[in-house]
Design a protein around this ligand. Sequence first.
Ligand code: ATR
Length: 275
Amino acid sequence: MTDRYAVFGNPVEHSLSPVIHRAFAAQFGVDMAYTRQLVAAGGFDTAARQFFQGGGMGLNVTVPFKQDAYHFANRLTARAKRAGAVNTLAVQKGRAVLGDNTDGAGLVSDITGNLGWSVVGKRVLILGAGGAVRGILQPVLAQNPRELVIANRTVEKAQQLVKEFTRMGSLSAVGVDNLVDLQAFDMVINGTSASLGGDLPSLPDRLLARNARCYDLMYGAAPTVFMNWATGHGALAVADGLGMLVEQAAESFFLWRGLRPATEPVIAALRVSLM
Ligand code: ATR
């Protein structure tokens, strides 16, 4: 029988998840169907209940439902609890639904595995303090950066994250406007949603140390505003979040099927299709 999976979101029509999971399934000859489902605001619980009662095996959850999915799950993984958000739901024995968050693991796999960038001992800056950043903090801290600074337009939100995650590493908060007073960084990760609108917080010219590497959680056909800024300010290497997208999907696929798909050919094919 065909196992059913889906991605729930709003909007969802541009989600690449079906393409990615179909490519993974093809690698193993797994018989699965994976669809996109547009869910109305406030309609997540009903839609998810219907999906699972109808025999669905697993969901990916995207904006704006990651918190709804967190509350919907019967059980949570430790990393989902820390993130306070769920991007993957999986049916378990007895039809209980497990909630996981694979975003941070996806980012770290892309940075350390695909790109070969090391975080260990580095001064790392994360821009933004919203849901996307909350999801990546613990996995990034687990890589043992020398220091991790969270900079946000609204400094209180960065301070709140520091309070919650401070036991996991050397962590501090700063307002974006005060970045100018800090020492340069070896790695900068843009987790603001500003680049969605082609925008960027105003960054000081000397933000990047020699050989700095810059990563944008966003991706698109063209380099993001942040990537262009980084290239223009001497970054050694610059990447967008397409690899993270595929890697977080691979983590979801592993949770559902116990199989680790090859991600490189999928990233390469998507890169071509975006152009
Ligand atoms: P997401 O789920 O994508 O993280 P979010 O929780 O709404 O979305 O968080 C968006 C983040 O991008 C926040 O850190 C936000 O800064 P504020 O907390 O000050 O609002 C940041 N952001 C969005 N637009 C921005 C802009 N034009 N300049 C600077 N920061 C911006």
